[in-house]
Design a protein around this ligand. Structure first.
Ligand SMILES: [Zn+2]
Length: 313
């Protein structure tokens, strides 16, 4: 089980801008653990479009400054890959001039959220003032946006990591902004979504034929990372089935597990939330059915030896 030390934000490198294809920049916040997510900026001759924001007020302004270091062209759209606060808290910095595009359920989740400066789960992080800023343009299945003639396909892949995951797929460059359907070096987290749905999403992601992936968290990678995610989710599914049949509560099961090859991924306490999601599916509940976050997050803290979850944002 996990007891990663809580270290200071100085322990991680500053965010980095990486040109992953001509005119397309990834904003990488290592080490990719809780609230250290990635974003993107796609520039053309006349405008730029963004993918996701960052999770604290200070990081929202840093991302905005990074965009302005890349381009001084107007930012004509901001795409949210899903509703989680690390990807959407910084929306406020672009409103109201920049339209925000997301899945309809992402808009609903952000609209219902109440971002606060402090979180009991992450007591060492100052989230600042990030007024909830939901999408202004939504879709259900897919849509396309363009930067000049470069086509960016927005495709709904959920429920998987959440109920509202979309990816931004740029076929001309074989480049995928995956949102949190891909954690590179971090533990996949299905508490808000679906284990079964994530397997389906991996099949669909694989069929796209991406050569370069900007994951939701962690370094830029290739499609080989799908194997690790599929393996981890299979590990969760198989142990959950055994524990469910034995009547073992998810936290107790998690504490008994040797994570084996997945012990080195960051944020290992997500195993508890993942088992809760797997149990929900074993009970026959619909994919993405709401679970009690108010009891499950404290169990993740308990798994972590009672220590706050490690958050360096
Ligand atoms: Zn997420």
């Amino acid at each position: 089980m996990s007891s990663q030390p809580v270290t200071h934000a100085d322990a991680v490198p500053p965010p980095a801008i990486q040109e992953v294809s001509r005119g397309i920049h990834a904003y990488i916040q290592l080490d990719g653990s809780w609230f250290l997510n990635n974003a993107g900026c796609i520039t053309g001759d006349r405008d730029a479009k963004l993918i996701d924001t960052t999770g604290t007020e200070a990081r929202a302004h840093a991302w905005q400054a990074a965009v302005r270091s890349i381009t001084d062209l107007p930012v004509t759209a901001l795409i949210n890959t899903h509703h989680h606060a690390d990807h959407t808290n910084g929306n406020f910095a672009w409103a109201p001039n920049t339209p925000i595009i997301a899945h309809e359920k992402c808009r609903e989740e952000v609209r219902a959220s109440r971002p606060s400066r402090r979180s009991p789960v992450f007591p060492n992080t100052d989230f600042g003032n990030c007024p909830a800023t939901p999408a202004t343009i939504t879709f259900e299945d897919r849509m396309a946006v363009y930067v000049d003639d470069l086509r960016i396909e927005l495709i709904f892949m959920g429920p998987a990591h959440t109920t509202n995951d979309i990816v931004a797929w740029i076929p001309e460059r074989k480049l995928l902004f995956s949102g949190d359907l891909v954690f590179n070096g971090g533990t996949p987290f299905a508490l808000f979504g679906s284990i079964a749905g994530w397997f389906d999403a991996l099949d669909r992601l694989g069929a796209l034929g991406a050569e370069t992936i900007v994951p939701g968290h962690g370094a830029v990678c290739g499609p080989e990372v799908f194997d690790t995610i599929r393996g981890y989710l299979g590990f969760v599914r198989d142990h959950a089935r055994r524990g469910f049949e034995a009547g073992t509560p998810p936290l107790e099961l998690a504490q008994s597990l040797d994570l084996g090859p997945y012990a080195g991924l960051c944020d290992t306490e997500r195993i508890v939330g993942n088992l809760h999601r797997a149990y929900s599916e074993l009970r026959g509940e619909p994919r993405g059915a709401a679970l009690s976050l108010n009891t499950i997050f404290p169990e993740m803290v308990a798994y972590n030896g009672g220590q706050p979850l490690r958050c360096l944002a």
